[in-house]
Design a protein around this ligand. Structure first.
Ligand code: BGC
Ligand code: NOJ
Length: 829
């Protein structure tokens, strides 16, 4: 069952009922100011950091679920309704929500009155613009009123939802004309404020939540002021400040009125915090006056429909440009809409926000993840390489000089997060992969010389290359008894915590290590990760390639020897006959092996082992891929492990705490499904690769939205696995490494257009049924128009490759570097 449809021409998903199986959201903003907006206008806004600069309040895990946002209420002669249906939930005569590239349009119609609200964050602008167009579609004149409302968060979202003994007494506002300013703590230690304005005179307002709602026993669905059609003109003083505008409107038949609301954020320099004079119309209870110059300028920028149209146009053009860098035309519309629109869009969002703020990530728990943000770059780097470069330097600067990493950092401070700390065994490797991806995309070898400090030597002169060196050797220097990398607190799988042995509630599986390992330096020196081994052999060649390019032949040979040794160790100690084991636990026992009672096979190491060709000479790759198909493949994707754990295995950590089929315990973790898609494509099995791709790609799951529940236009982290009661049900949509990795899987492995250090590889591995496809790829200043022909209906294998008609050996298109358009043709067979 579907709850809407794709409008590919407009690059929108059109939702036709407010009763989606879960709030289906969109993200506005892609620079400093961000908003989350659901199909009923729920959500919240923040500036750069969802924890430390939260602008509007949101209640997570609320009943009903999606409460709090920016709401417009219409009181049409006693009938109260919202254009987005919620929170009042009056049945609408018509409803539609269009989520587009950085904007959302919500339309509601009731009793002949239509309200169409366009929400967007313009480019280079720290505010959300909300354009409300009210149209009287009836035959009689209509008089009605419209209320807006947004509830302020008292800046620190964590503190805001816990520290009530203080926070109920700190709220402050100012009101000037139609603009309500939120200035809590501004006088003292903050230099930032927020405002909510409308481009017209208002007939009343409210700034105190309880006054707006009329009673502490009322919810957003039942505000007294709206019902009574009478604002209380309240002035907030502590408690919960809000901003609500009241406006009376009369429309002749066919007449429209446009109101433009702006929810903005601004910072003032320390010496310009206060205004010298107090305007006569200013309502305040303070002795000081906020300097509002920045707000005035922001308001002036979007206070007419023409300016709003220009802002929207600029946003559209920005996205059209971003999405023209890589475009495909395949025989499958669903692939086209994923690749050309939604997967790339999601990659921008994950790049911006890592795992910080979604409807599953509260924005207060986690900042930017070291491994997460590095992986996000893989799917994003072609869009805005300069931003990827800046991010790489930020991330690397949180690394320690021995190659260890802080697992997370706060975007506002860009400092490693001491609460979670480090010792996640895979973290450093992802940086080799992402820096290599950046160089492959841009040819900017200069990044290796960029000055990038270490967290423990902030003033030292260090280069990005040194970061790669210490990353590589952090693995080499931390091997266990079988010569495999130590597992430490966790590897990619946060829930395999082999040094935890937790039997006490409340201990964080990720940060707690059992005191019995204290003498060993905090974690077991026996527990080893076969996953990190395979990731090392997959990633290592990029590091070797970099050293070779720099003419460091000896260092390259030395690194290559480590990779070869790791492959040998992995084959000898981690190949289980038909697949690779997952780990050795702290008792030296195999995890993810035939010998285990449960959890006999895991997905994570397999794809990277296959792509590293570990044991390929003895057929380990095909055996492994076949085992995945046999044990992990099911209707909705590949489960993470099988059989699911049914008991608590204290030696494994968090993983077996989940009921079977959820999360890391045999859930369909879409992130690592992509590694198998890549591996199948790498092994030349394009049909299998595509089968797995289409099982989890959102556009393909659209038809089963009632089962899948989360948005059909973006990936979620997890789908309930075959052991789960809710088999096929999606969770944790939007912020997941799945976005970047599936972008890599479809574009670089299946469609086979893959940047390399010395050119653009074109080496598809597609369904045999396809006749071929075309693609356009902008790459290092040139444009490549690629045509793939598949006359013999094979999966993979280039018979010929020509560039502008001239035959080229192999499958790498050399960099032309002339800024022109080049025609690339590949005939498979
Ligand atoms: C979850 C993981 C998640 C981690 C974040 C764990 O409890 O199961 O999926 O990555 O927390 O820190
Ligand atoms: C989500 C986390 O963000 C990611 O870092 C981790 O690899 C996966 N969960 C698997 O545990």
């Amino acid at each position: 069952m579907k709850f809407g449809h794709f409008d590919d021409l407009r690059k929108e998903y059109v939702i036709n009922t407010p009763r989606t199986p879960y709030p289906w959201i969109n993200y506005l903003g892609n620079q400093g100011f961000f908003s989350l907006i659901s199909n009923t206008a729920g959500g919240y806004s923040f500036y750069k950091d969802a924890r430390l600069r939260r602008i509007t309040r949101y209640r997570y895990n609320n009943v009903p679920l999606d409460m709090g946002g920016r709401y417009f209420y219409i009181n049409d002669n006693g009938t109260v309704w919202n254009p987005g249906w919620s929170p009042v939930k009056t049945e609408l005569d018509e409803y539609e929500c269009r989520h587009g590239m950085g904007y959302t349009i919500i339309k509601g119609k009731k009793n002949g009155l239509k309200a169409e609200v366009t929400f967007f964050v313009p480019q280079n602008y720290d505010g959300e613009v909300q354009q409300v167009v009210l149209t009287n579609e009836g035959t009689e004149a209509k008089s009605f009123s419209i209320f807006s409302v947004a509830e302020w968060c008292l800046w620190d979202a964590q503190d805001d939802c816990t520290n009530f003994q203080r926070n109920f007494s700190t709220g402050r506002v100012e009101i000037e004309g139609s603009t309500i300013y939120h200035v809590t703590e501004y006088r003292d230690r903050r230099n930032h404020y927020a405002f909510y304005t409308v481009n017209d005179e208002i007939d009343g307002y409210d700034t105190d939540r309880d006054a707006f709602l009329g009673s502490i026993y009322n919810g957003w669905d039942n505000p007294e002021t709206v019902k009574a059609d009478k604002p209380s003109n309240s002035f907030a003083d502590g408690w919960s400040p809000v901003a609500s505008h009241y406006k009376k409107v009369t429309l002749a038949p066919g007449e429209s009125k446009t109101l433009i609301y702006i929810l903005g954020y601004a910072e003032n320099p320390q010496d310009k915090k206060f205004a010298a004079e107090k305007p006569a119309n200013l309502l305040t209870r303070e002795t000081w006056v906020l300097n509002k110059e920045k707000a005035y300028a922001m308001i002036d920028k979007y206070n007419t429909p023409e300016k709003v149209a220009a802002g929207l146009e600029e946003l559209r053009t920005t996205w059209d440009k971003l999405l023209s860098i890589f475009k495909v035309d395949t025989p499958d519309d669903k692939v086209n809409r994923m690749v050309n629109i939604w997967n790339q869009y999601q990659c921008m969002v994950t790049f911006n926000l890592s795992r910080s703020a979604s409807y599953f990530e509260s924005g207060i728990g986690r900042g930017m993840g070291f491994r997460d943000s590095n992986q996000d770059i893989l799917g994003f780097v072609h869009q805005i390489p300069e931003r990827a470069r800046e991010r790489l330097i930020d991330i690397a600067s949180t690394q320690l000089s021995d190659g260890g990493c802080y697992h997370q950092y706060q975007p506002l401070t860009k400092k490693g997060n001491a609460d979670i700390g480090g010792d996640f065994s895979d973290d450093p490797l992802w940086m080799i992969l992402s820096v290599a991806a950046y160089i492959k995309e841009t040819g900017d070898w200069g990044i290796l010389d960029a000055n990038v400090p270490f967290d423990d030597d902030p003033d030292g002169k260090h280069t990005m290359l040194e970061h790669l060196d210490v990353s590589f050797y952090h693995i080499v220097n931390n091997l266990g008894p079988h010569g495999l990398p130590l597992a430490m607190r966790a590897d990619w799988n946060d829930c395999i915590n082999l040094s935890c042995f937790s039997d006490t509630p409340g201990e964080s599986f990720q940060t707690y290590t059992n005191p019995k390992f204290k003498a060993e330096g905090g974690y077991s020196k026996v527990a080893e990760s076969a996953f990190v081994a395979a990731l090392f052999t997959y990633t290592g060649p990029a590091y070797v390639g970099i050293l070779e390019h720099l003419g460091k032949a000896d260092e390259a040979a030395k690194a290559q020897a480590e990779i070869d040794k790791m492959k040998k160790n992995t084959m000898e100690s981690a190949f289980d006959g038909d697949w690779f084991i997952r780990a050795y636990d702290a008792n030296g026992e195999k995890m993810g092996s035939k010998e285990c009672e449960e959890g006999k096979i895991f997905i994570e190491p397999q794809g990277f082992a296959v792509m590293s060709e570990i044991g390929k000479d003895v057929g380990a790759d095909i055996k492994t891929l076949n085992s995945i198909d046999k044990y992990l493949n099911c209707e909705f994707g590949l489960v993470l492990n099988n059989p699911a754990y049914t008991k608590y295995y204290i030696q494994y950590g968090e993983i077996s705490t989940y009921p079977g089929g959820y999360k890391e315990n045999a859930g369909i973790f879409t992130h690592n499904n992509a590694w198998i898609i890549c591996a199948e494509a790498y092994a030349g099995r394009g049909d299998k690769a595509f089968e797995y791709y289409s099982k989890i790609a959102p556009a393909f799951t659209e038809e089963t939205s009632d089962i899948h529940k989360t948005e059909p236009y973006v990936y979620g982290q997890m789908i309930g696995g075959k052991d789960a009661k809710n088999f096929g049900q999606g969770k944790n949509s939007w912020l997941t490494g799945t976005a970047a990795w599936n972008m890599v899987a479809i574009s670089q492995y299946i469609l086979g257009v893959k940047p390399e250090f010395d050119g653009l590889r074109v080496d598809p591995s597609i369904p045999a049924a396809w006749d071929g496809f075309t693609a356009t790829r902008q790459f290092r200043g040139d444009t490549y128009e690629i045509t793939i022909k598949n006359p013999d209906h094979v999966n993979k294998g280039g018979k010929t490759l020509t560039v502008d008609g001239a035959a080229v050996d192999g499958c790498i298109v050399p960099v032309a570097g002339d800024g022109k358009t080049h025609k690339v043709e590949v005939v498979l067979g």
